[in-house]
Design a protein around this ligand. Sequence first.
Ligand SMILES: Nc1ncnc2c1ncn2[C@@H]1O[C@H](COP(=O)(O)OP(=O)(O)OP(=O)(O)O)[C@@H](O)[C@H]1O
Ligand SMILES: [Mg+2]
Length: 483
Amino acid sequence: MRSEHEKDLLLKAVDGYKRRLIIVSDDYRILSSSYDEDKDDDDSIVGRFCYEFFYNCSEPCRDCIALKAIRLNKSTIRTDYTGFYHGKKERCRYSYPVMDNGVFRAAVVMDHEEPGIREMEDQLKRSNAFLHNLINSAVDGVIAADMSGKIIIFNEAAAEITGYSVAEAIENLDIRKTYAPGVAEEVMRLLRSEEYGGKGKLKGYRADGMNQEGQVMPISLNAAIVYEEEKEVATIGFFHDMREYLEMQSKLKKTQLQLLQAEKMSSLGKLAAGVAHQLNNPLGGIILFAKLILEDYDLPDGVTDDINRILRDAQRCSDTVKELLEFARQTKRELLPLDINKSISRTLFLLESQTLFHNIVIQCNYDETLPHVPADSQQLNHVLMNIILNAADAMDGAGHLTLTTGRITDEKKIFIEIKDSGSGIPEHVLPHIFEPFFTTKEEGKGTGLGLSMVYGIIENHGGTITAESTVGEGTKFRIELSY
Ligand SMILES: Nc1ncnc2c1ncn2[C@@H]1O[C@H](COP(=O)(O)OP(=O)(O)OP(=O)(O)O)[C@@H](O)[C@H]1O
Ligand SMILES: [Mg+2]
């Protein structure tokens, strides 16, 4: 039994509890209340219905915690509750039954706050918001998914790269759909292996992603598996689109190759020019003196034939030297406004009648609005003639030859494309076709000077020439000239 002093102390302890503590019967009547000297309602509280006194209601609250404690016969707790005093949100309400010899007597109900929880919650909210901002402002796409493939995190960069909106990705996008078919499975396999940055990690992996429109795009991916006590619970990937980078890289490579080619051509050109000069004088001498012998002496027939042979061959040498000089830009050129379409049709007119072209279907797609281009008409004819003759050779006299002209918008340039349906040029041969003396034709059929001369002329006009080819399908030459 408690002494009077003990009881007095207990009562003071209850009153000292700075929040309201009430004892209610199972029909919601307030049987007793802690005494709060700051409130002046204490005299009137006993005997009133708790719902009426505290909440001004005419019937019990729907989820009355006291009733629950009574029913379950054990202490009950509830968070986020409107406290006994109107308008003030309490964090926690606590109720427990008061028993007397196993018989229910009443329920105690009290409010109390748990400042620790609130602070922790605020802190959690703040750090959540910070993390959210962090992920969203990342330049890389960030996607996290649970192990079923359902997306949990999808930042704005990911939305931009893939074309899905953040909302639709979170709602019903499967992570597998952001990869090309089969790639997600491969990524998971690599993630689980030790070889690519350690188990559960994948670093700088080049994968094929897929956007909303089903287009496959190259991506660079850093990914990880998120573990909780050794168990895989999620995956997270940081990635960026590689298209622009790869495009730049290939442009750079092309430019490097072009530079290399130009350099090679220029040194070969100088060499050729030097040789041509050296040959020009003695050749002139041979031709001159051969002619003099023919004129000055009465020679037997056989000798005249031989000397004529010397003259013919010397003349051939002289022609080759001329082409070499042309290639090396040693001949004069005259740039005048030229109608490219007309140049093409003139060249075709000359060639079409030849037997080599009888079974070749020629199609011309002229841009009739093509501006005149400053060019040397004779040299350009030479260019066209060489390319077209090569095409006819490659088609072995039968096939399709297509000539197209057009403007390059925004660049003050025109282009000429000459496409054949011939044998095509193997990949390892293509880089050499503009080199002087490079030929795949049998001896006597080609000197290998045609395209090198073409290259020299076009370069001399400030233009460019490129070739694309597929073996078995044909070859396309493209010339670009400024106007
Ligand atoms: N349209 C084409 N289709 C396939 N191969 C081609 C084509 N044009 C050029 N080539 C290849 O490029 C090589 C070089 O061509 P180029 O015109 O410089 O010399 P060529 O035709 O062999 O001799 P020529 O000096 O008599 O013109 C050819 O031998 C051929 O292998
Ligand atoms: Mg040729």
